[in-house]
Design a protein around this ligand. Structure first.
Ligand code: FES
Length: 185
């Protein structure tokens, strides 16, 4: 599936130029590997192989070292992430309380599997192990926000609310652009 967030990244992608500008602005040694990866993830949304190799070459470090850092820190991700990353806890307590059904429902509602992003870039879906809120099982996190004791209808409501939130954000951004445009006339 192709989408705005997961289209192949080609070497002429303008984001590489932005990344290079950051590297050349005092971050060109191996000491800045984490800072550079952080900037790369801000630009690309995730850190696929192409981006890791670019960083490795630019900082003169082995690609294996870059990969080691990317996989060591939870903050970094190798897969594309949507604006609202949905994580379904599949730990024992959540599983017993029906997390599998919740996951299936998200898959059906969003039309994606774990590890994928919706074509509009709004949602990504993933599974995780215990998030430490077993008393609230089944648990789902959205961008780190915990939603507990989730029923199937709660899950559908959650997706609808997030879609509304995204539409409102978009309308607000459109209004801000229109205001700036009006002021500049
Ligand atoms: S098993 Fe899901 S929060 Fe612990």
């Amino acid at each position: 599936m192709t989408c705005s967030a997961c289209k192949g990244i080609t070497p002429d992608d303008p984001r590489f130029a932005e990344l290079d500008a950051f590297i050349q602005d005092g971050h060109s040694s191996a000491d800045f590997l984490i800072a550079v990866l952080h900037r790369a993830q801000q630009l690309f949304g995730y850190l696929p192989e192409e981006v890791q190799h670019h960083v490795a070459a630019a900082l003169g470090v082995p690609p294996s070292e870059v990969y080691g850092v990317v996989t060591f820190y939870n903050y970094f991700t190798l897969t594309p992430v949507g604006k609202y990353p949905i994580n379904v806890c599949m730990g024992t307590a959540c599983y017993v309380q029906g997390a599998g059904r919740i996951l299936e429902l998200f898959e059906k509602e969003l039309g994606i599997q774990p590890g994928q992003v919706t074509p509009d870039g709004l949602f990504s879906l993933d599974v995780c192990r215990c998030v430490g809120a077993c008393g609230l099982a089944p648990v789902v996190t959205v961008a780190g926000e915990v939603h507990g004791k989730l029923t199937e209808s709660d899950a559908l409501k959650l997706v609808a609310e997030l879609r509304e939130r995204a539409a409102a954000d978009q309308a607000e951004a459109g209004a801000a652009v229109a205001t700036v445009g009006g002021e500049s006339q």
